[in-house]
Design a protein around this ligand. Structure first.
Ligand SMILES: [Fe+2]
Length: 206
């Protein structure tokens, strides 16, 4: 059986720079009936573990270190006995939640995560945060974009460790170069496509 994509929406909060906001997160489960990767297991470890069921979690892949994406990652990873992986450029965000510790491993640009006959390739796309990473599954015609690209445009860059010119460059160079029909599965809200978002990104970058 080939890889399939499951989406779970979980609810909680996001805190940064002294503010806290309610937020719904997309949790993505990619794999088959035997094993999966879980991308950004936010807010509700028990619900995500229930969705995974008896399948093996090869790893928890984090798109970036913002607390809504990582606050429950360690708890979830312990529940399912999987390692947590993240780009080390977001270590300062990790330490806001898990002081004095690191994730179990680092994700580097171009790293390949094989699952169920397909591959998720890590694309380092800094801007929303320094370590922001997308996961591209060419076989599935999908990129998991975290908070780098949403249905409606680039992710937020108004808070600490974010940079607008950097996110525009990342999206332009790394995401708009993907086939236009590529489905963008985001960290929050509805999915979109590269072709649908390209004009807005290019206009924002001018
Ligand atoms: Fe974020």
């Amino acid at each position: 059986m080939s890889a399939r994509i499951e989406r779970l929406v979980t609810a909680g909060t996001f805190s940064l720079d002294g503010g806290t906001w309610d937020v719904d997160n997309n949790v993505w489960i990619v794999g088959d009936e035997r094993s999966v990767y879980v991308i950004d297991p936010a807010h509700d470890s028990a619900a995500i573990a229930a969705a995974v069921g008896t399948r093996t979690v090869k790893a928890v892949l984090l798109t970036h270190g913002h607390d809504d994406h990582i606050r429950y990652a360690r708890e979830f990873a312990t529940l399912v006995e999987a390692p947590v992986l993240m780009n080390t450029a977001d270590q300062m965000l990790w330490e806001d939640i898990y002081p004095g510790t690191t994730p179990d491993g680092a994700i580097v640009d171009g790293e390949r995560f094989e699952i169920a006959g397909t591959v998720l390739t890590a694309l380092h796309t800094p801007g929303h945060s320094p370590g922001s990473t997308c996961f591209y599954a060419a076989d599935l015609g999908t990129v998991f974009s975290g908070d780098t690209l949403f249905n409606g445009g680039p992710g937020a860059t108004g808070r600490s460790y974010s940079d607008f010119p950097t996110i525009i460059a990342s999206i332009t160079e790394r995401l708009l170069s993907l086939p236009g029909e590529t489905v963008v599965n985001t960290g929050h809200g509805d999915s979109t496509t590269i072709a649908a978002e390209a004009p807005g990104v290019l206009a924002a970058g001018k």
